[in-house]
Design a protein around this ligand. Sequence first.
Ligand code: PAF
Length: 288
Amino acid sequence: MEIIRVPKIMLDTSKTFLLHGKTIGFVPTMGALHDGHLSLVRRAREENSITVVSIFVNPAQFGPNEDFNIYPRDLEGDTEKLIKEKVDILFLPDASSIYPEGYLTYVNVENLSEKLCGAFRHGHFRGVTTIVAKLFNIVKPTRAYFGQKDFQQSVIISKMTYDLNMDIDIVVCPTVRDKDGLAMSSRNSYLDNSQRQAATIIYKCLKETSESIKSGIIEIKNVKNFMLDFLRKEPLISEIDYAGIYDISSLEELSAEKENMLLAIALRIGNTRLIDNMLINIKEERKY
Ligand code: PAF
């Protein structure tokens, strides 16, 4: 695996690959890699001739009181994992090459970036779309891979690529879960044992709600309260940012049934903010 740190070298390398008719599969990450990331890497390898992974803990997507400084970093472990996965290139820029002094340009997908997590993490998605747009310009991927766990992020990035005429396929891959259902996340490492146990309520809530909708036990207009009542049973949850059912494109809260719907949750256990979601397709899955 080649490690490239300089954006211009990454760009020239990608241009050469493309000139030779290769396809580039790209997995942007912030490191602390787990099986969720590795599932994206495997998919990228299957579908492309070259696989590029980036690791960059992007300061622009963290608020002033968020966890940028303590965000888990494990470059040595990550490098080993990526070598094992036979990744071709690890792109590892430093902050000064991405945001040099005098940097002024940001990309923002309006409206969608203010919904759900955006209402609680002001400027977060502007930071995400800015770095992803920059990485896309540097890596020039044919396809880019994102996890469904960050569903809102994938909707926003798909919209950005569409609106800005970027010729890149956005591939959204299924959430990878621990055996007890907790969605894999680099932030799970912040949880102590009892908090880790408490966090399993998130997936239980999504599953129970989804099954209750499919079997007609609850109406869409009652879903939010059903989920909040369910989650409030767990005393270690310190705050619920949101829980409810949403349109999969506009991310608006739903009060009536649609064929495809998104159940989504964001909450805090102690200081750790966790998110998860589940898609429901009524036509495919209705049990009665
Ligand atoms: O999902 C992430 O890890 C980050 O938001 C991303 C897409 C790598 C941008 O920094």
